[in-house]
Ligand binder design. Structure first.
Ligand SMILES: [Zn+2]
Length: 214
């Protein structure tokens, strides 16, 4: 996990949005290999192990039924180039979030988006130690409201209203959420396109409740 990502991490517990305090115990350059993230509000602490920030149950990956497995085993409908085009990102800087299977595109996405840092949420384990990406495991997207340049929701996550709402919360107003799954109906998300099992939504500008802790 990049140490700089700490500024964007937020406690996933059910209380007003709150930054986390990092206590690193092992660093490699600017990567935190081992350490703890502590919440000043609820006093929960979340470990960082082998470079991965662990925020607790990932819900989907812990409870697997047949439908879940079937959807998980769908191939990604997009390659990295298509995903970059759908996210509409042409300039360096900032962060893009890849949830679930789209984490597998991280290496190619990093080539296509130089200077954009990646946050992988609940990706497969083999993508966890890529040098240009920060991996987290969490029951939601544990990031600051309106802080990310784009979010891509992989199969299962894109069909789950709670994950779609989380994606809309963290993306910058006017920026995009891409999903592979059922087209969602989500407040403040305008579906701009939908084809081939994927959809592209734009977060409405303005009107979204601001973070309450800052
Ligand atoms: Zn907390």
């Amino acid at each position: 996990m990049f140490i700089e990502l700490t500024d964007h991490l937020r406690c996933p517990a059910d209380h007003p949005e709150q930054f986390l305090v990092l206590m690193p115990s092992k660093m490699t350059g600017r990567q935190v290999e081992e350490g703890t993230l502590g919440c000043p509000v609820c006093h929960r602490s979340y470990p960082i192990e082998h470079g991965v920030a662990l925020f607790g149950s990932t819900e989907h990956t812990d409870v697997i039924d047949d439908a879940d497995v079937a959807e998980r085993e769908q191939p990604a409908a997009l390659d990295a180039s298509a995903l970059v085009a759908l996210l509409g990102l042409g300039s360096p800087g900032g962060y893009v979030v890849l949830v679930g299977m789209f984490g597998a595109l991280a290496a190619k996405l990093a080539e296509e988006l130089p200077g954009v840092a990646l946050v992988l949420v609940n990706a497969d384990a083999q993508t966890d130690d890529l040098p240009f990406a920060s991996a987290v495991r969490a029951p939601t997207i544990p990031l600051k409201t309106a802080s990310m340049r784009g979010v891509a929701l992989g199969p299962r996550f894109a069909s789950d209203p709670a994950w779609v709402a989380a994606a809309v919360r963290v993306v910058l107003p006017g920026n995009r959420v891409v999903g592979q799954g059922t087209e969602p109906e989500q407040r403040d998300l305008e579906i701009a396109a939908s084809a081939g099992g994927c959809w592209v939504g734009v977060r409405a500008r303005g009107g979204y409740p601001a973070a309450t802790s800052e």
